[in-house]
Design a protein around this ligand. Structure first.
Ligand SMILES: [Zn+2]
Ligand SMILES: [Zn+2]
Length: 377
């Protein structure tokens, strides 16, 4: 397969798009976004005949496959002398599916058109965050399926050779929603899957605050993250930064992120933390020292907890030290700052020094940039 595969994950949360359409100085509404997106998708289709494309929409509470060049719609759109049929196929299928999904949201119906929601549920669904991670996961599954099909169609599988990977598969995430801290673990798992499948994740935050998780996804998979400040130049950004496949990007200089926020979300409260504490066995992250790891049930010596609490930076919140011995979750190493490791604790697989080599007074940095806070180990 010579063409490159592009999966696009589009955040279609109506409330965020409404806010974006009102945001000065560069308002961007959903209609104008979709028309620029279609122009970009057509550019990808046009740049090489073998290129493949899939588009996933993230709506409040659910994610939907909007278009796939592997399964084009059976009914071809009516012939129009003024349009190129492959473009028309992409445009009309995506528009039809978006309109259908938004109408279903609007009427409180599910995609089969069945009344599925009471009025109460309906407002609940509309205010739900968009299922961006769900769409990202579907995109990864889709690429995995293409890879499997590609391998069975070649002689490699039967000859027991190393399975081939698609050339340059990539995912572009176009987001308008802020980070949902509850999705930290799913996002991290998606990043690891992407690394294994050799998928590049690009991300463009079109509206709203910078997203920590998408920055990390792009960084850890070798993609670009762009925060769009000039929303009136969306199509130009898409074309310049995200149209070239990764193999070409080394030759032509594409814009990339200049700063990355490596903070993680704690597993106990799902808050994004500046200083966290990592279980030395399973590498779970907590926002405060805990006597027992809630993930792997490892117990930590009370001395360690006392020492870690004493070493914590003086934060305005004082309740944390009081709840130290309560049933809140556990943790022995500090990350992102100076970390102290208990010699009595076994160490996890995150590339940390063996416990015997560290004495009680030693401190070291765990560099989140290098090891993804230990989770990538
Ligand atoms: Zn927490
Ligand atoms: Zn643990």
């Amino acid at each position: 397969m010579d063409g490159s595969h592009l999966s696009v994950v589009v955040d279609l949360c109506p409330s965020q798009w409404h806010l974006s359409s009102l945001h000065e100085p560069y308002p961007l509404d959903l209609g104008s976004f979709v028309s620029q997106l279609l122009a970009f998708l057509n550019s990808h289709v046009a740049s090489r005949h073998e290129n493949s494309l899939a588009v996933f929409g993230a709506f409040p509470g659910k994610s939907v496959l909007l278009y796939s060049s592997a399964n084009p719609p059976s009914e071809t759109p009516s012939n129009d002398a003024n349009s190129f049929p492959p473009f028309k196929m992409v445009d009309s299928t995506i528009m039809h599916n978006i309109v259908q999904q938004l109408n279903a949201l609007d009427q409180g119906l599910d995609e089969e058109g069945l009344p599925s929601l009471s009025c109460l549920n309906y407002s609940h669904i509309l205010s739900a965050p968009s299922a961006l991670v769900g769409a990202l996961t579907k995109a990864l599954c889709f690429i995995n399926r293409l890879t499997l099909e590609f391998n069975t169609s070649t002689a490699n599988a039967t000859e027991g050779l190393e399975p081939l990977t698609l050339s340059d598969p990539r995912i572009l995430v176009l987001s308008v929603s802020p980070d949902q801290t509850t999705s930290y673990i799913p996002v991290m798992n998606s990043i690891f899957s992407a690394q294994k499948l050799k998928v590049t994740i690009d991300a463009c935050q079109i509206y709203g605050p910078e997203t920590v998780f998408l920055q990390q996804a792009a960084h850890l998979t070798g993609g670009s993250y762009i925060y769009l400040e000039r929303r009136d130049a969306l199509l130009q950004y898409l074309t310049m930064a995200f149209l070239p496949p990764p193999s070409i990007r080394q030759t032509i200089s594409v814009p990339t992120q200049d700063k990355i926020d490596f903070r993680a979300a704690c597993f106990c409260h799902k808050n994004i933390v500046d200083v966290g504490f990592v279980c030395s066995v399973c590498l779970s992250i907590f926002c405060q020292p805990v006597p027992v790891c809630s993930t792997c049930r490892t117990k930590f010596p009370i001395k360690t907890l006392q020492r870690l609490n004493a070493a914590r930076p003086s934060l305005p919140l004082t309740s944390a030290s009081q709840s130290r011995n309560s049933s809140t979750p556990p943790t022995p190493q500090k990350i992102n700052g100076h970390a102290s490791v208990t010699p009595s604790q076994p160490l996890g697989p995150g590339g940390l020094p063996p416990s015997g080599s560290i004495n009680n007074n030693s401190t070291f940095h765990i560099n989140g940039a290098k090891n993804g806070l230990g989770l990538s180990g």
